[in-house]
Design a protein around this ligand. Structure first.
Ligand SMILES: *[C@@H]1O[C@H](CO)[C@@H](O)[C@H](O)[C@H]1NC(C)=O
Ligand SMILES: *[C@@H]1O[C@H](CO)[C@@H](O)[C@H](O)[C@H]1NC(C)=O
Ligand SMILES: *[C@@H]1O[C@H](CO)[C@@H](O)[C@H](O)[C@H]1NC(C)=O
Ligand SMILES: *[C@@H]1O[C@H](CO)[C@@H](O)[C@H](O)[C@H]1NC(C)=O
Ligand SMILES: *[C@@H]1O[C@H](CO)[C@@H](O)[C@H](O)[C@H]1NC(C)=O
Length: 232
């Protein structure tokens, strides 16, 4: 009996870990209905064939901007993104980014999602005001989504809300299909072993590229710290 305080301490320490296994699948955390293909706004962007050609690192440009996420029931994801970022100081300097990435995802017990890429993701950045106005780079960032929700809209049906690592919401996505429309769930091009994170194939020669790379590393750092706390 002299051990019992120690035992209690150990149990108290383990309790959160044991409880952590109990993820509740309900209307807002419903793994069944997460499976499928989702697309924002006008639904012009969709994962799967027709968006990215990883073998030659090209894209078929959609008619409109947007994001699309797909999830399989056995742990694979794919993301297609096409967006424009404005430039406050020069309205004509609009940066276009089109990107594709896929890999495996984990639904964490606390409601977060971690998406770990295969390493064959890439994106094309077009910035008319930069020294190098158009380049393609590898994209291999592990992404943490704080939480997700699925609501049922009377008109549009299931609607997926994803909240980024910092809690910022992504545009809501409608269910394009309840069976995921995806490229094959395996690495689709050879990538030279990296120094991890985003590897630039073509560096821009001005400072912008450095700032951009720095912010990617900051995001990567946050993700790494977040993942590190998993181990605690
Ligand atoms: C989860 O979603 C599926 C598909 O939409 C639905 O059939 C099921 O009832 C939902 N489960 C819960 C617990 O809400
Ligand atoms: C890239 O691959 C796609 C799909 O195979 C093909 O349709 C397209 O013409 C290729 N583009 C270039 C520039 O090679
Ligand atoms: C925004 O426009 C300014 C002025 O043309 C330019 O110097 C700057 O590099 C642009 N910013 C980005 C992020 O492209
Ligand atoms: C991509 O990222 C994953 C997860 O961090 C890592 O295991 C893999 O080695 C990376 N691959 C490449 C080609 O960057
Ligand atoms: C869930 O756990 C992960 C890993 O520990 C953490 O990064 C994330 O912030 C947690 N999510 C919430 C909503 O607390």
């Amino acid at each position: 009996m002299i051990l019992s305080p120690l035992l209690c301490l150990v149990l108290a320490f383990l309790a959160p870990l044991i409880n952590a296994q109990a993820i509740v699948y309900d209307a807002i955390h419903n793994a069944t209905s997460l499976v499928g293909t989702w697309s924002s706004g006008s639904r012009a962007v969709s994962t799967g064939p027709g968006f990215a050609n990883p073998a030659n690192q090209t894209f078929n440009y959609p008619t409109n901007t947007g994001i699309s996420y797909s999830f399989t029931g056995d742990g694979f994801y794919e993301i297609a993104r096409y967006r424009f970022n404005g430039n406050g100081s020069n309205p004509t300097c609009i940066i276009g980014v089109i990107g594709w990435v896929h890999g495996t995802y984990d639904l964490l017990a606390n409601g977060s999602i971690v998406m770990t890429p295969f390493g064959d993701g890439y994106q094309q950045v077009q910035n008319p005001c930069a020294a190098v106005s158009n380049f393609i780079e590898n994209y291999n960032l592990t992404e943490l989504y704080q939480s997700w929700r699925i609501f049922q809209d009377p008109v549009d049906g299931f609607k997926l809300h994803l909240f980024q690592f910092d809690g910022a919401p992504l545009a809501p996505q409608f269910q394009l299909s309840s069976t995921p429309v995806m490229l094959p769930t395996q690495p689709l091009r050879n990538v030279t072993p990296p120094n991890s994170g985003t590897t630039q194939l073509n560096k821009r020669s001005n400072g912008e590229g450095h700032r951009w790379t720095t912010s990617i590393w900051m995001v990567a750092g946050v993700v790494v710290i977040a993942l590190g706390s998993l181990a605690v």
